[in-house]
Write a protein that binds this ligand. Structure first.
Ligand code: PDD
Length: 283
């Protein structure tokens, strides 16, 4: 595997990360996962914009221009002869003697490399079980930070009971999944949590809202409760690598008939057409 480290592309075994890298010690950094379709990154510009936003929010000054970074990402795709799969990209604040506070002039460390292709076709077609868990994360979930400990813990809980995702609930309100945004459909209206500090503003989420508008599907960026989630006609989760995945049971209770909903299927289709259109235009 070829890895971009700062500006260089090297073999994976040549990469060395210092023990005092702040990403390693504090989770002090930001990241993105971009999906690549037939060698073309989808919504690259949007991911890069979010990365710079996350960096700004934690006071990390990215020392590369966005255009150059996008160019380097294309180099990683080419160097790995990537067809389909995720592209992982992270900036850590850099290397410094371990103190919580930091000097603002340390050099951030960039790495980018391909993630193994995750086969999602089956899960997308038949749907997945989910569980619910309390959302005990910090109050800046809008930042795509390397600090994913609670997300990791709750995803593991889901995994251990054979569920795909843990849907997080804060003060009785459904926020998002551990690595996805959550949508529900009730009486033909699609609901998802509004964008604020309690969720990550998913790129897939944003693209879906665009599709809802284009297709005239009613939607509300409005909070809904755990009970409303259980009473939903349809539930689905979205993320870069999993795209649109129907949730067919929650905490062992079937969502409606326990099969992927019809609007969810239409949304999946519209999304894959959008991906096809946008990735072939740029090819
Ligand atoms: N996760 N919410 C959280 C907490 C996430 O980690 C993610 C993405 C999303 C969906 O965002 P997007 O549609 O931009 O991928 C929502 C990525 C894929 C990950 O950590 O692997």
């Amino acid at each position: 595997m070829k890895v971009l480290i700062d500006e260089k592309i090297v073999n994976r075994h040549e990469v060395r990360v210092d023990i005092e890298d702040r990403g390693y010690q504090f989770g002090d950094g930001v990241y993105e996962v971009i999906n690549v379709y037939d060698g073309v990154p989808f919504t690259l510009r949007e991911h890069i914009a979010r990365l710079y936003r996350s960096a700004t929010e934690i006071g990390l000054l990215i020392n590369v221009e966005p255009e150059k970074l996008m160019h380097d990402i294309l180099r990683v795709i080419q160097a790995n002869d990537m067809k389909n799969g995720g592209l992982y990209l992270q900036f850590s604040r850099g290397v410094a003697p371990r103190t919580h506070q930091y000097q603002t002039d340390i050099k951030p460390l960039l790495v980018a490399y391909p993630l193994p292709y995750k086969e999602m076709t089956h899960a997308q077609a038949i749907g997945v079980p989910a569980i619910t868990k309390e959302d005990l994360r910090w109050l800046r979930c809008d930042i795509k930070s390397l600090n994913l400990l609670y997300n990791v813990m709750m995803k593991q809980k889901a995994f251990e009971v054979g569920a795909f995702e843990a849907i997080l609930i804060r003060d009785d309100v459904v926020t998002e999944g551990t690595s996805s945004n959550v949508f529900m459909v009730k009486n033909k209206i699609i609901y998802t949590h509004p964008v604020n500090n309690l969720i990550l503003n998913g790129i897939t989420r944003t693209k879906l809202l665009q599709l809802f508008q284009e297709n005239g599907w009613d939607y509300k960026e409005q909070t809904f409760t755990k009970q409303e989630l259980f009473d939903a006609d349809e539930v689905f989760v979205t993320s870069t690598t999993s795209e649109v995945v129907p949730v067919i049971s929650i905490d062992g209770v079937a969502v409606n008939t326990g099969k992927p909903g019809s609007l969810t299927k239409e949304i999946q289709l519209a999304f894959s057409e959008m991906v096809k259109k946008e990735t072939t235009q740029k090819a």
